[in-house]
Design a protein around this ligand. Structure first.
Ligand code: UDP
Length: 414
């Protein structure tokens, strides 16, 4: 997996705000600077549960440096915990997406004990404290005398949570000054103000920037994928909610009619203990089909993922539940036709028959893939329209703007 790459890639350069001007226009960048002017030196703390793997880490990796370049004093801290903590938080995650919750009642105490341990070692005295997702939610205990502005940023679809877990979390969430959701449909009745902010991708990051065809070719060679045959790809952590087994089943249905290969590429996240088990399940269903490439990638694989997305004929995201599904925006940005489940934030990105195709089952996914494979002009049009949709709504600069306006709003007229 870690064999040297066959073609040269330019050394990464530090991306600066002005580098976005050719893509977005200089006025967009000056507006961000103007919005940031009254916020110079203001302190911001972001806290989440992993620095690599998954959408939240992907966003913070770009959001933090850009807000810093704009003059804010931003820190990013990651909570720590033992396996027992991350097994509980993964169970919370699945339950908040509507799954069952079967852990013993003591798990809530263990969860709070790890939060307390983190609270004791962190400095939580920034003016804006943004706590991402449920894992660190009880850090609000560290707020002194109602100081600062505390926001709970939820990346999960909370529309149908398992109530056992939600009833435990809700009193903690209600102590924040506001909650931020990725879609209006994800929110719940809460006694605090709620805000909307779409997640975003960075068009200049290693994950999304343009690549030389030779480099893409070298990655396909390295993974044994044939560039001259149809490539169907899903990029995701090996997580049951991403339904990799369902992707294999859909591929097998498509394969009856079209010659194709399937790439299932993903790695783990340090806060997700289920990955190895799910990977084994996928490998079992894939069997010995030489056209199924199950790639367990290390966390530093942004360029490889970029190349695999760019090499794909169609990108799939067959999630059973989803937060936002940043992989969809990543594929659309690369002008790829996408077939994805209509769950979580995916319908915000995929407007059916405009920016991609939505499906609701294994059979539906296979049907839409076949439909696109027999309609290349439609596939191309969906990819191009998808690219524009992402440019307008889901780029990192929109997210920066949302943060700046949010901070200004919280500070009030003074
Ligand atoms: N990702 C990655 N390596 C992997 C699998 C996923 O870098 O092995 C990235 C993927 O490209 C995307 C993010 O992790 O940027 C996943 O975000 P998404 O919102 O799709 O799902 P999440 O994992 O947060 O549920």
């Amino acid at each position: 997996m870690s064999a040297p790459i066959g073609a040269e890639v330019a050394a990464p350069k530090i991306i600066q705000l002005d580098d976005y001007a050719p893509l977005l226009g200089a006025p967009e960048i000056s507006q961000l600077r103007a919005l940031a002017a009254p916020l110079q030196g203001r302190t911001v703390l972001m806290v989440n549960s992993t620095s690599v793997g998954g959408g939240v880490a992907e966003i913070l990796n770009r959001l933090v440096p850009i807000l810093t370049e704009l003059g804010l004093a931003v820190k990013w801290d990651v909570i720590t915990g033992g396996n027992d903590f991350f097994e509980i938080t993964k169970a919370f995650h699945n339950a908040l997406h509507g799954g069952p919750y079967e852990l013993p009642p003591e798990s809530f105490e263990t969860f709070l004990a790890y939060n307390e341990q983190n609270r004791a070692r962190m400095s939580l005295d920034s003016e804006f404290v943004i706590i991402h997702d449920p894992q660190p939610v009880a850090l609000i205990n560290g707020r002194q005398n109602h100081q600062g502005h505390w926001l709970w940023r939820c990346h999960i679809d909370l529309s149908r949570p398992n109530m056992k877990v939600w009833e435990f979390l809700e009193p903690w969430v209600s102590r924040y000054d506001g909650a931020v959701f990725s879609s209006p449909d994800f929110s719940r009745q809460l006694p605090i103000p709620q805000y909307l902010a779409y997640p975003s991708i960075d068009p200049l990051s290693e994950k999304n920037r343009e690549l030389e065809p030779e480099y893409i070719q070298s990655i396909l060679e390295r993974f044994g994928v044939d560039p001259n045959r149809t490539i169907l790809t899903q990029i995701s952590r090996f997580d049951r909610l991403k339904d990799p087994v369902g992707v294999v089943r859909a591929y097998k249905l498509v394969k009856r009619y079209f010659d194709c290969q399937l790439v299932l590429a993903g790695g783990g996240a340090s806060d997700d203990p289920e990955g190895d088990q799910v990977l084994r399940e996928v490998q079992q269903v894939a069997g010995d089909d030489p056209d199924i490439h199950t790639l367990n990638l290390p966390p530093w694989s942004a360029l490889e993922i970029n190349a695999l997305q760019r090499a794909s004929t169609i990108v799939i995201q067959k999630s059973l539940r989803e937060g936002f599904g940043l992989t969809v925006s990543e594929a659309l940005w690369k002008k790829k036709p996408v077939v994805a489940s209509s769950v979580g934030g995916i319908p915000t990105q995929i407007i059916h028959k405009q920016t991609g195709l939505l499906a609701h089952s294994v059979e539906g996914t296979a049907y839409q893939i076949r439909f696109l494979l027999s309609n290349p002009p439609l596939a191309q049009r969906l990819g191009e329209q998808g690219h524009e949709h992402v440019r307008e709504h889901f780029l990192i600069t929109s997210q920066v703007r949302r943060h700046l306006t949010g901070f200004l709003h919280l500070l009030g007229p003074s």
